[in-house]
Design a protein around this ligand. Structure first.
Ligand SMILES: [Zn+2]
Length: 281
């Protein structure tokens, strides 16, 4: 007599139920020792899965997407889950980060952007009608913006997916592939471009201050933006080749196109974030 699944009563033929995935009952499951061993293994598995995924995300651009498309999904954290996890990490670390690409404070909106004149006008009007001072308003604004950032960042994913779907329309990759590619790219970009780069800059800034050097020239918008562009391009070129095929120069050209497109995308993103926060506060 074949043993039956304890969950759905299907006859069992392997270590897992072929119907519902329930593992075969093990006498060890209900001993304290078995439970502890299982708990440790779960933790280790989780860690191996996450670190393995992060390692491949950073060192092998495009490999996670490629594996996902080939149906090898067991060895990686699901792309959306990975993106959310890195988002949460970013959310907690962002007060420490100097280069806030995604989350712009009110002062940043008012001074450094192409749309700054319009923002200044809107804010002046808002302050006048509500009769509150700038500091109070700015504090409320910045608090709300950092809450909206993670939510808003998700909108960048389908946007990039649409762009690669257009640029690589002959590569024969399904729509989901473009979405997964975008999730992986922004996971990487957040992890290295924002968290990693931000922490490095923060460290440099502290060093400069300690040495009594002037840091202003190092941290201007042009240096920051071109560093981000370089990071994006060095990642996208091999990633494109792996996932969409094509030669070295073609993928380099495409990486450059997307790298340049990131600027208007990020500016539009910032402006959108400003408008939503302005309406919200
Ligand atoms: Zn079952």
């Amino acid at each position: 007599m074949a043993p039956r699944c304890s969950n759905c009563n299907q006859p069992l033929t392997g270590p897992y139920c072929s119907q519902c995935g329930e593992p075969v009952r093990n006498p060890d499951d209900l001993t304290l020792r078995g439970f502890l061993i299982k708990s440790a293994a779960t933790l280790l598995d989780l860690e191996r899965g996450l670190f393995g995924t992060l390692h491949r995300l950073v060192t092998k651009p495009g490999q996670l997407t490629q594996e996902f498309l080939r149906g090898r999904r067991k060895t990686q954290v699901h792309p959306f889950r990975l993106f959310l996890m890195i988002n949460v990490l970013y959310f907690f670390l962002q007060p420490m980060l100097l280069s806030n690409t995604y989350n712009t404070r009110l002062k940043g909106h008012m001074n450094r952007q192409y749309y700054s004149p319009q923002v200044r006008q809107m804010i002046t009007q808002t302050l006048a009608t509500r009769k509150i001072d700038f500091e109070t308003y700015a504090e409320q604004f910045d608090k709300t913006t950092s809450k909206l950032t993670s939510l808003f960042m998700i909108t960048l994913v389908p946007l990039l997916a649409l762009i690669t779907a257009f640029l690589f329309r002959k590569a024969g990759v399904p729509a989901v592939g473009h979405l997964v590619f975008a999730l992986h790219f922004f996971s990487f970009f957040l992890l290295l471009g924002s968290i990693g780069f931000g922490l490095v800059l923060h460290g440099l800034f502290i060093l400069y201050k300690a040495m009594g050097w002037k840091a202003g020239s190092l941290f201007n918008e042009v240096v920051l933006s071109s560093s981000m562009l370089m990071i994006a391009m060095f990642y996208l070129q091999p990633a494109f080749r792996r996932v969409f095929g094509g030669g070295f120069w073609r993928s380099l050209g495409m990486a450059f196109v997307i790298g340049l497109l990131l600027f208007p995308i990020i500016i539009t993103y910032r402006y959108g974030l400003f408008l939503v926060t302005w309406v919200w506060v």
